[in-house]
Ligand binder design. Structure first.
Ligand code: KG4
Ligand code: ZN
Length: 325
């Protein structure tokens, strides 16, 4: 039988990840080594530290993905890798590893856009979401509204003018003394708080774009007004109110975009799609499976099924890109 598995590699930020998809696109393994603890003491991802850690982890993570899939490189027919956007030094580690594996085996390589990877997380799992749909992609690096009509392509409708939604969660968590990364911590703490305690503003920008920086400043002022013991008492209320404001902005704009485009279905992907309040507030939407919301390589391998393969050895000069083109 022809080798038909796809080996995916993802190193765009602070997760070193590798996954194997079977020939029908089923997940055979999905290994994610998070570096979050390494970066926590700095309150955010330090690019140079991330690159070095990827370098240490990429080979063992790829090996583990193959082992868990019960595969060897003989079963792999294509190598997929995140080309961008992300931290260039981090991306280059994954790209170099992917090139080396593909080159040694004379295999084709598929460069994958990280954001298309997030969208392609919807095509994995037992109930794949089929286009057309309006996709809300909310992660640590991006907040996008995409019109998706076919697998593998999308049209950008809106984006953030300043911070990404996940970044707003992370910066808010930092102001509240909750550590990094903060989205999940705010999500947990908010359950004990009163979301109507503070009236944080939802920025109104024209069109289908987002803005979260004013909200972050509003939280900063609210925190500054409180003495240490008061802050301790109000922390859950602040977290709940802050989360409510972010979720409201996401829900409003996603629904407006779907209506404008005549799209019947909304799908949500990216790290912030793990947020429990967002999952409740957009009850009509389809969400990526929880374990596939945050960065992983299964979604990269999934996107590769609809991407452009570069035949051996045309990919040797392949470079990373840092930002959305
Ligand atoms: O997609 P992702 O893993 O990485 C990027 O591509 O950026 O997203 C990470 C982001 C972080 O900002 C993190 O705080 C946020 O997703 N996040 C959450 C939750 N879990 C992760 N935000 C809100 N609620 C959550 N439960
Ligand atoms: Zn991501």
């Amino acid at each position: 039988m022809a080798a038909a598995h796809i080996l995916g590699i993802e190193t765009s930020c602070d997760e070193t990840a590798a996954a194997v998809l079977g020939e029908d696109g089923e997940i055979r393994s999905n290994v994610v080594a998070s570096q979050a603890e390494l970066h926590a003491r700095y309150g955010g991802v330090v690019p140079e530290v991330a690159s070095r850690r990827h370098l240490e982890l990429v080979s063992p993570v790829v090996r583990e993905a193959l082992d868990r899939a019960g595969s060897t490189l003989d079963d792999v027919g294509r190598v997929a890798v995140t080309q961008g956007p992300g931290l260039v030094g981090a991306l280059l580690v994954g790209i170099s590893a992917a090139k080396a594996i593909a080159w040694a085996r004379r295999l084709p390589l598929v460069p994958v856009d990280h954001l298309q990877g997030h969208v392609a997380s919807l095509y994995l799992g037992p109930d794949p979401v089929e286009p057309p749909f309006l996709c809300l992609l909310a992660s640590g690096g991006h907040t996008l509204l995409l019109d998706v009509r076919v697998r593998g392509a999308s049209e950008l409708l809106g984006t953030t003018l300043d911070d990404a939604a996940g970044e707003a969660f992370d910066k808010g968590a930092r102001l509240l003394g909750l550590g990094y990364p903060g989205g999940a911590a705010i999500d947990r703490l908010a359950r004990e708080g009163d979301a109507s305690a503070y009236d944080f503003p939802v920025a109104r920008v024209p069109g289908l774009d987002f803005s979260f920086s004013g909200l972050k400043t509003a939280l900063l002022y609210a925190v500054r007004e409180l003495a240490a013991d008061e802050l301790e008492r109000r922390r859950a209320d602040l977290a709940a109110s802050y989360q409510r404001a972010i979720v409201r902005a996401l829900v409003e704009r996603a629904r407006a975009a779907a209506a404008e485009r005549g799209l019947q279905r909304i799908a949500v992907v990216g790290g912030v799609a793990a947020n429990s309040e967002l999952r409740g507030a957009l009850a009509e939407a389809a969400f990526a499976p929880l374990e596939l919301c945050t960065d992983n390589a299964a979604m990269i391998a999934s996107a590769a099924r609809y991407g452009r393969s570069l035949e051996y050895p045309r990919y040797l000069a392949l470079d990373a890109y840092a930002s959305l083109s």
